[in-house]
Design a protein around this ligand. Sequence first.
Ligand SMILES: *[C@@H]1O[C@H](CO)[C@@H](O)[C@H](O)[C@H]1NC(C)=O
Ligand SMILES: *[C@@H]1O[C@H](CO)[C@@H](O)[C@H](O)[C@H]1NC(C)=O
Ligand SMILES: *[C@@H]1O[C@H](CO)[C@@H](O)[C@H](O)[C@H]1NC(C)=O
Ligand SMILES: *[C@@H]1O[C@H](CO)[C@@H](O)[C@H](O)[C@H]1NC(C)=O
Ligand SMILES: *[C@@H]1O[C@H](CO)[C@@H](O)[C@H](O)[C@H]1NC(C)=O
Ligand SMILES: CC(=O)N[C@H]1CO[C@H](CO)[C@@H](O)[C@@H]1O
Length: 925
Amino acid sequence: MGIAGVLLVLFLLLVLCPLLPVLIMVRASGLKGTLPSAAMLADCPKRCGNLTFDYPFGIGTGCFRNPDFKLTCDDTAQPPKLFLCDGTTQVFQNIVTIDNFSPVLYSFLNLRIPINISHKIDMRSGVDVYHMFWKSPGRSFSLSYAQLNITGCGFHAYLVGNETGSALDDCEASCPVEGITDMVARKICNGTGCCSINFSDYGFAPRTFHLKFVRHEHGKLKPRNSDSSLRDRIHITSSTSLQWSIVDQANCHYTEKNKTNYACISKDSRCLSADGFGYYCYCDDGYGGNPYILEGCSRDTTGYIPAQQKDDCTRSCGNVSVPYTFGLAEDCFGREIFYLNCTNSTSPVLLLDQYYHVTNINVNEGLIEYVDPGTGWDETVLTILQGQRLYYTGSNQTSSRQWAVANLTCLEAQQISRYACVSSQSTCVPVTSYRGYFGYRCKCKDGFHGNPYIKQGCEDIDECLAPNNCTGICLNTVGTFTCTDCPPKTEYDPTKRQCTPTKQQNLLIGIIIGLCSGVGILLLGLFVIFLVVTWKRNIQRQQRRAHFRKNKGLLLEQLIASDENASDKAKIFSFEDLKKATNNFDPTRILGRGGHGTVYKGILANKHVVAIKKAMVIEEDEINQFINEVVILSQIDHRNIVKLFGCCLEAEVPLLVYDFIPNGSLFGLLHGNSSSELALHWDDCLRIAAETAGALCYLHSSASVSVFHRDVKSSNILLDGKCTAKLSDFGASRLVPIDKTHVVTNVQGTHGYLDPEYFYTAQLNQKSDVYSFGVVLLELLLRREPIFTVHSGFKQNLSNYFLTEINTRPVTEIVAAQVLEEATEEEMENIALLAEMCLRPRGEERPTMKQVETKLQILQAKRLSARPVTRDNDAERKPLLNARTRANYQSLSVDCEDPASSSWQSSQNCYSLEQESSTSTTRRR
Ligand SMILES: *[C@@H]1O[C@H](CO)[C@@H](O)[C@H](O)[C@H]1NC(C)=O
Ligand SMILES: *[C@@H]1O[C@H](CO)[C@@H](O)[C@H](O)[C@H]1NC(C)=O
Ligand SMILES: *[C@@H]1O[C@H](CO)[C@@H](O)[C@H](O)[C@H]1NC(C)=O
Ligand SMILES: *[C@@H]1O[C@H](CO)[C@@H](O)[C@H](O)[C@H]1NC(C)=O
Ligand SMILES: *[C@@H]1O[C@H](CO)[C@@H](O)[C@H](O)[C@H]1NC(C)=O
Ligand SMILES: CC(=O)N[C@H]1CO[C@H](CO)[C@@H](O)[C@@H]1O
């Protein structure tokens, strides 16, 4: 019985022991439903030796997010050693989870964990090929960058590509001389006793790699001598770092769709997509702490902690002064956030966010002004930088930003001991951003100026020296001034700004002299006017002829007259005709003012309604632009391009006469106060976009000369009676020979639509129009102006806004309400994607206008075919599309087709400028 009992106990122990971990696991997974909170993690160790870490990393059951984040601490070592989940990779630095008390960029870089790789392979006689496989400690870790230094003699090392098995890189190490030591060879690593393979070039973040070594000196090991360790051993070393991220989802976009296991569980936390795969969490602006645990992000109530200011702080960088609360070194600034960097070069530059060049700091107004150097940063870093720096508010469009000292109300700030407004004559003012209340800053009280952040920093303003409204004796007092009337027998002299004795004047003489000279001048004036009028009449005719010549009228007349095709399109008008048509340029006839002139509505003698454009300035440059427009438009006949009737060159400034387009511009229709009965339906939006794209495609792809429009915007897309799009305003356009892909020009365009690449390089190409067209697409989709004002008064750039929002929200949350109601989700996504492609920063990555047009036509055709035929009777929702265009677009030609010309040209080709201009040139000869 005794023996049997012991055996039974032993048996039970044997069976149960392996199960023990399983039992513990069951208990742990019981916790799975509950999310980690500070209370749950209270007993978890937070340090190992003097290294610290925090959740999602942890030691012990229930202290880490998943097995990848499990750490182990070897207390027996001196000092204790911290290891990642594989138990072998040692950690040498604190592990940082992102924390918004410091600028995101720096924390982002801190998310890397420095590690050392060291692996030795002993060579054996007769074996020529060796392998090394490296694997990251877990799925959540990848190699951010590595230079592998491989020491040894007489071998070739290959980096084997994961899928292909082919070599991505290789290097060769040989030892021509004896006596090189491992240490020295590794430091220089130039091929003698050591060679290196560089990892950064092979895509992002590998989790594994495979090295293969092939020995040259077949099988023979030399006898051991001083450098023997080099000759009989391959040693792979690298000081590199691992980057970690939460890999449950590929990036933040996917976490939106699937919230299971979402890591950013704290209130006021956000998701930030990792560089390669996965994401991180961070606390909102103004909050700090651990976003990975419940209630982990808390208000930053640390407020302002004025450092003991050093005496020898540098207070300028180049010619920009750096007043206190800002500083260039430790103990010179009020808070970490005001730590600026001054580049140590011959012409020092003050940097904000390590990037923007600060030009001025106005400490009393709470404004920091800067310029964007516009070079050298890659897009991802910029996106992270923009607007992320804590406590700085302001839009990216304006080149100045407000700041707040801390995210506290003025009341809160005064209650805590560290109140930033230390000058006795200073006061606290709230700072708001477009997101709402932002924090407080300090300001000198009215009547004082200076620096509110230092004791006695605000000084009295001597108002009597500054322009003021005192018309008497001015006396400066602390904070304000007094003004008393001038004493008797004196009067105020505004030029000297003081009271001077009154001058006695003989009134009567004054009056007589005044009257006589007045009458005399009047008579003389009348006579002169009479002379001038007579003279003017005589020379007016000659003058007009002169203007005509000056405006290159003869040249044009020839050009137009010689081209029979054009003569019925473009005609030369006399100035008298146009004066009559516009009722002597009556201001009530003004239709609009564009970048290049004023547009009047006119009625010609034959009752034809036209639009007449008149240049504003008389500069040679402007005239050239008008001529440019005439030349371009007279060569173009396209259904979706505004038709030129003719021009007049007799006036001082040239006048252009167009077909009158009754429904105004797309801009007016989209953003005007929509009292108009012409509500723009989604069908019309799609059609207008496709028509405009067609017109631009036609301009770009015509054979001998391309036309770059250069000023594509919704206010240049006019809508006629049937709401057909008509592209207009060719004043800025350029004719470009087809063999040239770009021209260098003065940068012209409209704010909000201007292609950033063109802006920086001044190299115009057709992709600049594609960019502007992308902005028009956004206007149609979002129904917002290209530069729109958010409710708190900040200006926001539509394309920036869209590109930021589309990464964090589904498109359905961004588009305008009407679009959401009428468009299908697929259409919205397609248009958003198309706009995103058009707005790519590099021109060559944008699609061509032809691709854009094709895409839009396909979308339109899909929509048309999806609509049941009976819908056409539905008068309310019926699109403004007429039957002919519908037929045209259903044919879905991928060629850049001009619907107008296709009616008279049987050829499949585009109606091209080449054909027209070549015929006109031959005729001209
Ligand atoms: C590498 O550096 C060592 C020491 O500077 C030099 O002797 C050797 O010639 C160099 N080898 C090569 C391949 O450049
Ligand atoms: C690897 O070699 C480079 C020189 O190519 C050297 O700067 C670096 O310090 C070496 N790395 C290690 C871990 O020895
Ligand atoms: C500072 O210097 C730069 C170039 O040296 C100059 O462009 C700028 O106008 C200067 N600013 C002030 C405020 O003097
Ligand atoms: C200033 O710039 C230097 C060199 O670019 C950098 O090492 C340093 O960390 C920067 N200081 C701050 C406060 O950003
Ligand atoms: C910065 O400039 C100062 C003075 O010109 C010089 O003494 C110092 O060594 C420089 N520091 C660096 C890091 O270049
Ligand atoms: C920018 C920022 O973080 N602002 C916060 C400041 O604190 C208030 C609460 O008092 C928050 O509502 C703001 O979002």
